[in-house]
Design a protein around this ligand. Structure first.
Ligand code: M6R
Length: 364
């Protein structure tokens, strides 16, 4: 039942503080601020992992891209991320001691399942990050970490994504810990930050009316560009995917630093540019991209850290409560989900059942 919400997607966006909190409970010891995902809990030899391959499709693939930044930074293990439909046919060699992570909300996506079977046939350890218990991927993986998002009805994935990120953030810290790369201070700091995420998503949701109005003003655009850097680059890709799926407006996500290598040619008064620009180590670089867009007459929607001056006037600004850089991607996707949702509602599309799409892609 979606009442009092108008759509399942809207309900699922609003459930995120709760389901992220539930998912976290399984992965951390809140009392002593430590990660509880461990070798024994997962049943895999995390300390021995030399390399990681992550395979998934769609939104789950974007979660995998964020995980690459996290695992490489925290655990100092090289990570390869691939879309399942490419990975499974490439016959790529897998080194001994590598771990495959497959991410799937449904646990039934045909290409992701085929990638899992390919890896297992090569003697690889496979860890699933799955939302549906007893799904095929859950059953066939050597171990599973569950996203406790509950049933996701809207075809556009929202709460499955933020819970996937929650699991992957904890897994990155667990890998780092198992490999002796995580100091107790850093563990405590990151866990405290993760514990704050549910309340901070609540705060993001207070911008709903504002994003509805931004959506109203931009709904007639024929295309959008989404920009982000670092672990926020996959968040930009996810924002573009949400908009495409439910509003049928063409949108492209780009690494902000790549803009000048092509897409800058598209910028004019007609193309809204949504920039994910938290106050992090790459903030100034991203702001210089915003300046380039403004200098060409582009309209900018800036998602930034509340209370921090950005030094550049965007057309629309959404301020997000300050949070640690590590956990920030979990927070910054929600304004993009809401923007896509409101544009679709303004346009009158079928938000929960967009044309041509299935919730679970069980065919190749
Ligand atoms: O069930 P899965 O996570 O394996 O599904 C993967 C994709 O089909 C899915 O994320 C799809 O891209 C969504 N419609 C995105 O909103």
């Amino acid at each position: 039942e979606k009442w009092p919400y108008r759509h399942y997607m809207q309900k699922e966006i609003y459930e995120q503080p709760t389901v992220v909190g539930e998912t976290l409970k399984n992965l951390i010891h809140a009392a002593d601020r430590t990660i509880s995902v461990s070798q024994t809990a997962v049943g895999l030899d995390l300390a021995a992992v030399q390399a990681v391959t992550i395979v998934a499709c769609g939104t789950s693939y974007h979660a995998g891209m964020v995980a690459k930044y996290w695992i490489e930074q925290q655990a100092r293990v090289p990570v390869n991320v691939d879309v399942a439909s490419e990975y499974r046919y490439r016959n790529t060699p897998m080194a001994a001691g590598s771990l495959m992570i497959v991410i799937s909300q449904s646990g039934e996506t045909a290409d992701t399942l085929a990638a899992l079977r390919h890896a297992k046939a090569q003697g690889q350890q496979v860890l699933g990050v799955v939302n549906v218990p007893e799904s095929t991927i859950d059953r066939e993986a050597d171990a599973t970490l569950y996203t406790l998002a509950g049933p996701e009805i809207g075809v556009a994935s929202t709460k499955a994504f933020t819970t996937q990120l929650t699991v992957l953030a904890c897994l990155a810290l667990a890998l780092a810990k198992a490999r002796g790369q995580l100091s107790p201070e850093d563990e405590r700091r990151h866990v405290e930050d993760l514990l704050q995420i549910p309340a901070r998503i609540e705060q993001v949701l207070t911008h709903d009316d504002k994003l509805q109005e931004v959506g109203r003003q931009l709904m007639h655009a024929s295309g959008f560009l989404f920009l982000g850097r670092g672990a926020q680059f996959p968040i930009a890709l996810e924002g573009a995917l949400k908009l495409k799926e439910i509003s049928y407006i063409h949108a492209e996500g780009y690494a902000a630093g790549e803009m000048k290598h092509g897409p800058i040619a598209l910028i004019d008064e007609e193309l809204p540019v949504v920039v994910v620009a938290p106050k992090d180590g790459l903030h100034e670089k991203t702001i210089s991209n915003v300046e380039e867009v403004k200098a060409r007459g582009g309209r900018v929607v800036m998602i930034h850290t509340a209370g921090e001056s950005t030094g550049v006037a965007a057309d629309f600004e959404v301020g997000i409560a300050p949070c640690g850089e590590f956990a920030a991607p979990i927070l910054y996707v929600t304004p993009l989900q809401l923007l896509a949702y409101h544009i679709a509602v303004h346009k009158g599309t079928d938000v929960d059942q967009p044309r041509n799409l299935a919730k679970s892609v069980t065919v190749e």
